[in-house]
Design a protein. Sequence first.
Length: 301
Amino acid sequence: MAKLSVNIGSLSLKNPVLTASGTFGYGEEFTPFIDLNRLGGYIIKGTTLEHREGNPYPRMVETPSGMLNAVGLQNKGVDYFINNIYPRIKEYDSELIVNVSGAKVEDYVETARRLSSLDKVNAIEVNISCPNVKEGGMAFGTTTKGAAEVTKAIRSVYPKTLIVKLSPNVTSIADIAKAAEAEGADSVSLINTIMGMSIDVERRRPHLSTITGGLSGPAVRPVAVRMVWQVAKAVKIPVIGLGGIMNGHDAIEFMLAGATAVEIGTANFIDPAVTMKVIDYMEDYCSRHGINDINEIIGEI
């Protein structure tokens, strides 16, 4: 059987399959359907310093080959996670990664600092790319200066693996990635959702309360693959690819484009066991192609 383990900075994953933040809750919600211990890792929902209610309803709508969401990082805050969620999920044998967001640089820094003391959290994914919050979020990820500022500040307090999640809603995502790399990011993940909009023509009003939202699902995959390919050629740190991965074939496509690992998001809503099927596909793919180590195909294109 082929070797599926990959490394993201100092983080060792048993296989390249991760779950995308915001689509997998805290992981435990999926235990009736999958074995969390088989995952390379799982990234829990966006966590902020303080409690957030998120955006008003309606905040999700299906679109052709995808969906729009404007949830707005609803969560109960980092202290609630540390005291109530973490004790329940820390013993699973897969890497637990916390997605971190904030309205101000100071919020990111303090949230990361508090998480750094958790033994079973060996990485955070810093969200500088969420299009569904009015303050912070994507604002930091749309300029090299903003990306560098947040990355540098978090790096000063967080010694473990630091992943920076990038926005596709920019002119040059490779430049943003290089700015994060220069300030100490161990990895970048991309893409987050693409800004979109959907209108109810009968009621003549937007479907979402926020008017615009983040588009995910198969509709964004070709854009995501292209951006992963561009970024992988621009930086030396590992790239984590996501955006419309629905099956193992899609995951391999991202790896050939340069991704060391992949995150599966919207597909979890359609098939809660999709991550297990992707791992199985990777094993079969390597066997069919005579590949001994999946690292051999990373960035082949």
